[in-house]
Design a protein around this ligand. Structure first.
Ligand SMILES: Cc1cc2nc3c(=O)[nH]c(=O)nc-3n(C[C@H](O)[C@H](O)[C@H](O)COP(=O)(O)OP(=O)(O)OC[C@H]3O[C@@H](n4cnc5c(N)ncnc54)[C@H](O)[C@@H]3O)c2cc1C
Length: 454
């Protein structure tokens, strides 16, 4: 292994793409400045190398509730995003290093034989992800993190970060009154600086050939049909999906259809790609604005912006409250959830879609078989679990984490807290009446029959 050159590592996290990537750009700038001597560098720094790395999560890790943190479907989704990115790097003659172990193990080990002067990665304001960075720093590595996953740049917000408006509506109104817009997406890099020479033991890296991904059998009832060529997790599939969604002019009907339960096009289906970072929210916004310029804006295209602001809101909530969002009581000082009320067998029946309540069971079966569930049904099953079954909301959130292709730490935790009334909801929790939802959304029983509960 060449240990003389300095190496800047770019560590991919939930940002598996090349487009609109400020953190990757930051790493490339550091390398290029060093190589051009702009930072008054030594001979070693003028030969600075660039190494992109993906560290795979521990797929066998269990949640505190006794089940795997990542279902087979979510694993497939994630790995197909990894594979697509690795192929793109190969095409650009800069192979990405895929390590079959966590960053906190792989990077310090790599640093023993490679002169890693800096690790650059995206900033993730959630406890486990913060601990990873702390552990890397404790191992002696210099780690630079770059915030990039929100639509809006925190630096543009009309309040200081510790004063996030408590309620979402107030947050949205302040953003809109101040006319704050997302930064424009940045350009895709077309070439990369040289990679260091590596001589890494075979068991510490995976080649593309070894990254075998078995496609799941397509589930014809799914609203998000993974396993077909169109629906793989990669950046290239994400961008074609975005194009198709806009070319079919679906934003115009979004507001009317968004609470439906079945089908591909009732909502945007951007979330599974946003979750792995295969798609950037700022790219979506830029394309949505072009769409409005060509085809006109309406309440549907506005509502997509509105929903993306929810996504941002839960991100900024994490920046402000961090670990407090993970306490059983959430942000509230009131009583803790009653531990004795959470019964394991009841939780299991909810997970398996065997509660005896047809709409709930249909939704939970859909979630388990497909890794996707409409927003409305996510709200209904979460409310049922908390208020009818008296389950611990954190167990429900953990089950969603394991199952959802679009699992996103901020949005999942934020929505569960919101429904449980332990976040910032001014109404103190959301209870959905199941019979009303059946009446409004599945009067003819098609959804429940599809999932075998009627
Ligand atoms: C209990 C519960 C847990 C959830 N867990 C997640 C999760 O882990 N990951 C996730 O991405 N979303 C989560 N959501 C939010 C929402 O259900 C999904 O974002 C949405 O259903 C994804 O489908 P779509 O892309 O077609 O959304 P669309 O309806 O087309 O909305 C467009 C985009 O806006 C954003 N968005 C929409 N609604 C919300 C919302 N309530 N909160 C945050 N962002 C939103 C998403 O990025 C979405 O892709 C959860 C909601 C609930 C009630």
């Amino acid at each position: 292994m060449n240990s003389k050159s300095n190496t800047i590592v770019f560590w991919f996290r939930c940002d598996l793409r090349l487009h609109d990537h400020p953190a990757l750009q930051k790493a490339l700038d550091i390398v290029r400045n060093a190589r051009s001597g702009l930072d008054a560098g030594t001979a070693a720094s003028k030969d600075t190398r660039f190494l992109p790395i993906i560290c795979l999560p521990d797929f066998l890790e269990e949640s505190a509730w006794g089940f795997s943190r990542m279902s087979a479907l979510r694993r497939y989704w994630y790995l197909s995003a990894v594979r697509d990115l690795a192929e793109q790097f190969d095409n650009l003659a800069c192979p990405v290093l895929i390590c079959p172990e966590s960053a906190t193990t792989a990077l310090p080990r790599l640093a023993q034989s490679l002169n890693i002067t800096e690790v650059v990665c995206e900033e993730i304001a959630a406890p486990f992800e913060q601990e990873e960075v702390t552990a890397l720093r404790a191992s002696g590595l210099l780690v630079t993190t770059v915030w990039q996953s929100s639509l809006l740049d925190p630096a543009d917000l009309p309040w200081i970060s510790a004063e996030l408006p408590a309620v979402f509506t107030e947050f949205r109104q302040m953003v809109e009154r101040a006319k704050i817009l997302p930064p424009k997406p940045i350009a895709v890099p077309t070439s990369f600086p040289p990679r260091p020479e590596l001589d890494i033991p075979a068991h510490l890296q995976l080649t593309l050939d070894q990254l075998v991904i078995t496609e799941p059998t397509p589930e014809p009832r799914s609203s998000f049909a993974i396993g077909s060529g169109l629906f793989n997790g990669g950046e290239r599939a994400a961008l074609s999906h975005l194009n198709r969604y806009l070319n079919d002019r679906l934003p115009h009907t979004y507001k009317q259809t968004r609470n439906q339960l079945m089908g591909l096009d009732y909502s945007s289906k951007w979330s599974p790609w946003l979750a792995t970072g295969a798609l950037s929210a700022r790219k979506i916004f830029a394309e949505l604005k072009k769409f409005e310029a060509h085809h006109g804006a309406n309440d549907g295209s506005y509502w997509l912006w509105f929903e993306l602001l929810w996504r941002d809101y839960f991100r900024f909530l994490h920046v402000q409250y961090g670990l407090q969002l993970y306490r059983a009581r959430g942000l509230h000082d009131g009583p803790l959830p009653d531990k004795s009320a959470h019964r394991v067998e009841v939780f299991q029946r909810w997970c398996d879609g065997e509660t005896g309540e047809a709409l709930i069971d249909a939704a939970m079966r859909e979630l388990k078989s497909t890794g996707y569930l409409s927003n409305r049904l996510r709200q209904v099953v979460a409310s049922y679990f908390i208020y009818q079954l008296h389950g611990d909301w954190r167990a429900g959130a953990a089950w969603f984490e394991a199952q959802l292709l679009d699992y996103d730490v901020y949005s999942n935790q934020g929505n569960w807290l919101y429904i449980a009334g332990r976040g910032t909801d001014p109404r103190g929790g959301r209870i959905f009446n199941v019979q009303k939802q059946v009446h409004d959304r599945d009067r003819d029983g098609v959804y429940r029959r599809t999932w075998g509960t009627l």
